[in-house]
Write a protein that binds this ligand. Structure first.
Ligand SMILES: [Zn+2]
Length: 192
């Protein structure tokens, strides 16, 4: 079992979606763009910009899907967030096993911030169970279930999937994404 590294940016508010610009969010957006540029350049150097999670399809249980939707609704009108554990990382073909809903410390409809202490507690528990961080979840309350530019720029788990639940339409929509070195690819999510 590989030790899990807590995200360096865990204490940073993650701006999301379109919103009125205010200075702190501009700072984070700039940081995200800078990080994205760096990672894209690094990927180009390595010649593996397209080296995203090498699975094109994943399956989650109806109960797990429902727990994501429930968390999104519970967090409304703010974004919700959490971590999905799996028996192995999604990149290695792992299967999702459990969802850990976490508090959005940013308490915002436009961004999420996983509380660093909660993140540490959950990642240690996942590690203790000899499991892996399979997915990073958050909701979009007013936009589609696609990663925002900020989501891409601040993505820290290239081996995990980014799961987004949109509450913008009449029914919740959950989609899964691989974000690696600034490259985004949708991973088909089936429920069964
Ligand atoms: Zn987002």
């Amino acid at each position: 079992m590989h030790p899990l590294v807590v995200m360096d940016g865990a204490s940073a508010p993650v701006p999301d979606d379109a919103e009125p610009a205010v200075p702190p969010q501009q700072e984070w957006a700039a940081a995200a763009e800078a990080g994205l540029a760096q990672r894209t350049a690094a990927a180009a150097d390595e010649g593996e910009a397209a080296d995203v999670v090498p699975v094109s399809k994943v399956q989650i249980s109806p109960a797990l899907l429902q727990s994501l939707i429930d968390a999104a609704r519970a967090g409304f009108p703010n974004e919700a967030c959490g971590i999905v554990a799996g028996d192995r990382p999604a990149r290695d073909g792992g299967k999702a096993t459990a969802f850990h809903a976490l508090r959005n410390a940013a308490e915002s409809p436009y961004r999420y911030l996983i509380d660093p202490e909660e993140q540490l507690r959950v990642t240690l528990a996942i590690d203790d169970a000899e499991e892996a961080v399979w997915g990073i979840f958050h909701s979009h309350v007013g936009s589609t279930a696609e990663p925002s530019a900020t989501d891409v720029g601040l993505a820290q788990y290239p081996d995990a999937l980014y799961l987004i639940c949109s509450l913008a339409g009449e029914v919740p929509v959950v989609r899964a994404w691989s974000i690696r070195n600034g490259t985004v690819r949708e991973v088909a999510l089936s429920v069964g």
